[in-house]
Design a protein around this ligand. Structure first.
Ligand code: SF4
Length: 470
């Protein structure tokens, strides 16, 4: 397809939409972002950032440049000043953003994790479940090295369903609105279920990327209003901006959100935030310890607390945290316990923890599945029921799957269960969810970091997780 020649459709806002958008103000932000390693190599960063990479680290990365193990070609390097301040007092946070040669030692992995392109009827939309996921931004304020959207952020060319090879594109409002209206019309005409896919109406959209919070207020507002006008009842926005640049959640942003709610009160807003480790939002004393607050809880980083408290004042928006468990970052039950407790104290729901995806280079980041289950389970000891809502999920091609249980003891009388078993449960399945709630039981393999580590020890598989490629 010749992208250049493609004619862009135009979205014509309704009167209500235009009135809301006329009130939105864009503020200017200076995230003080350092992009790429070259500035570190050339010493063209602030004096206090010069030793962020040692000469040894820089040399080890530099020899890979231009080879098939090029670190920046796999995933571009980026950090904000705010995140640097967190990183300087935290080894896990440094690991999260610092490029390392280990990332490209083994490049095994999927170029299109979750086979998303199989479910992309419109550029930038993944319509796999009952909700649609849209890519609205191709970058974030900083970049996590383990990013499971590295193909989008690094603009890698991937094979499409039609055999063409192109980078993933971003969603456009007119295309999305047209698709939602048409899909829902076909569902309504067929009596509530789509005649081809078996799906119901598209009621929910997750704005993702990259990070939608890199857009200006007007960009976010335009999406919200257009989606609401198209009949979307619930808009989710996935963001790590509270960790990378919490100052983005300023007065102008919350005013826009309040104005949106006043214009479209029926549309629910859900923020899916992404904290990996409490060091991203908790203040530390000179000895590197968290600071107890009189009356309970720990002291937060001021700007992050201000933003999270503003969310908490608004009943029409919910905030949920979800994060992968990554080697040398948050494979630490104590850190996860503190994080879950502190987030709940600030009205943030602990939604999912994830096993790392099978992205290119995933072996550098992924914790074995059974170890991740053990870390989360241990972290939830001592938490109250409401603090311990999070489940461990691993994303299969079929859909989101819970690692529901790992047994320590042999399961008597069950061939394959001599070393204990792992129970997977399908939480969401694509299209009309025929297998939702079904389970697969496999013999344990403490080294497995993906489904294929169990394919030789399947005991039962009602969910079909091992009869199709993950
Ligand atoms: S915030 Fe999310 S999309 Fe952005 S770099 Fe990190 S993992 Fe990737």
């Amino acid at each position: 397809m010749n992208v250049q020649a493609k004619v862009r459709k135009k979205h014509i806002p309704t009167e209500k939409e235009a009135e809301f958008l006329s009130k939105v103000e864009n503020a200017k932000y200076d995230r003080k972002i350092i992009t790429g390693l070259q500035k570190f190599i050339d010493g063209k960063v602030d004096d206090d950032m010069k030793d962020f990479y040692s000469q040894e680290e820089i040399d080890a990365i530099a020899v890979l440049k231009g080879t098939n193990k090029d670190i920046e070609a796999r995933m571009p390097v980026k950090i904000t000043r705010h995140y640097f301040e967190r990183a300087r007092v935290s080894a896990p946070i440094r690991t999260l953003v610092k490029a390392s040669p280990a990332e490209t030692f083994d490049l095994a992995g999927s170029e299109d994790p979750g086979k998303q392109m199989s479910y992309s009827p419109v550029e930038g939309l993944i319509h796999k479940y009952e909700l649609g996921l849209i890519y609205v931004a191709g970058t974030c304020s900083a970049h996590c090295r383990f990013c499971y959207r590295e193909e989008l952020i690094a603009k890698k060319e991937i094979v499409r369903e039609d055999g063409s090879i192109q980078a993933k594109g971003l969603a456009q409002i007119p295309d999305l609105v047209e698709y939602i209206i048409q899909h829902n019309k076909e569902v309504d005409e067929a009596g509530g279920i789509h005649p081809e896919t078996g799906r119901e109406r598209l009621r929910e959209i997750l704005m993702s990327g990259g990070d939608p919070m890199v857009l200006a207020n007007k960009g976010i507002a335009s999406w919200w209003a257009a989606l609401s006008e198209a009949g979307i009842e619930s808009i989710r926005l996935g963001t790590k901006e509270l960790a990378f640049f919490p100052q983005r959640f300023d007065e102008s942003f919350f005013k826009m959100m309040d104005d949106f709610h006043a214009s479209y009160p029926q549309t629910k807003l859900r923020f899916m935030i992404h904290f990996n480790h409490p060091d991203e939002f908790l203040a530390k004393d000179e000895d590197g310890n968290y600071i107890d607050m009189p009356g309970g809880g720990l002291k937060w980083v001021e700007d992050t607390e201000k933003a999270i408290d503003e969310f908490g004042k608004r009943g029409f928006v919910t905030v949920d945290n979800q994060a992968p468990i990554i080697k040398n970052i948050n494979n630490d039950p104590d850190a996860l316990r503190i994080m879950q407790r502190e987030l709940r104290r600030k009205k943030v729901e602990n939604h999912y923890f994830f096993c790392g995806r099978d992205i290119v280079g995933h072996k550098a980041f992924n914790v074995p599945i059974e170890e991740a289950w053990n870390i989360l389970n241990t972290s939830q000891r001592g938490l109250s029921g409401v603090e311990a809502h999070a489940r461990l999920s691993i994303t299969h091609y079929y859909g989101k799957t819970e690692v529901a249980a790992v047994t320590n003891e042999p399961v008597p009388g069950i061939p394959g269960g001599e070393n204990g078993v792992v129970i997977f449960k399908l939480l969401r399945s694509a299209e009309d969810a025929p297998k939702k709630g079904q389970v697969a039981i496999v013999g344990r393999n403490p080294d497995a970091i993906w489904f294929d580590g169990y394919k030789d020890r399947v005991i039962m598989d009602d969910a079909g997780l091992f009869s199709t490629k993950a």
